[in-house]
Design a protein around this ligand. Sequence first.
Ligand SMILES: [Fe+2]
Ligand SMILES: [Fe+2]
Length: 266
Amino acid sequence: MYLKEIYNMNENFIQGSLEMINLTKSKMNQYDYRDWISYFQENNHQRLDIDFSQEKQLSASECDLIFPSIKAFQKGEGSDGRHLMKAARRFIQEYKETDYQEAVQWFIREENWHSAYLRTFMDFYHVKTAKKSLPDKLFRKLRQTGGIKSEITILVTAEIIALTYYDALSKSTESSALKSICSQMLKDELPHIIFQSYTLSRLKKRAFDKVIRIMIMELTMLFVWLLFHNVYQAGGYSFVQFLKASMGYLRQSIVLVEQNRESSPY
Ligand SMILES: [Fe+2]
Ligand SMILES: [Fe+2]
């Protein structure tokens, strides 16, 4: 029951075209943390078995194009979530949201699956994992500057960026294995935006929340474009298209927070 809607929602992604999907109409927007736990459990049975049987060896230029960003995203998806769990525990104590701990554990597990998919793909091409990654380092530092709100604000920014990245990556490559990984990522990442937006709606509202989210998104977009514009361009994205899609999903996340805040005691 939980997956049916998301698979319908993601039809465009599965077919490889990033149409703006209306998240604000999703039933998932009404989920509480118990529902999210059920969703993550159900989704956990839908893990991708990467098929390399059709894989034709990528050219050197294609490897040069895709692997720098894949290495950075592989590192970013693989966080152990230690700081997030710490912030989550404080949130649970303060707001009495006891189911959040289990929900967030499932969420971290799903992100680690994403890292594992990319790792398997890198292993196939004998590409070593990155020990350090500048975007990952910056994201971690930023997330850890405050409590749960800064953690989630940065996380949902990264989830939104992931949508355009995996879409562009899928379109920039001839690799069927990588295309299947990108499809799986997109299927998983869309609900993450709704999940993180729900948590933001449970937190006390502050005057500059919205402005801060827009500023963080703008800075992140500039940074990601600077580093990985070649993959975006190879996938058919201009900077304006990247900006429109990212800001469009940010706007939707802000609407999701507002919608859910009405039912929040805070
Ligand atoms: Fe992910
Ligand atoms: Fe995610």
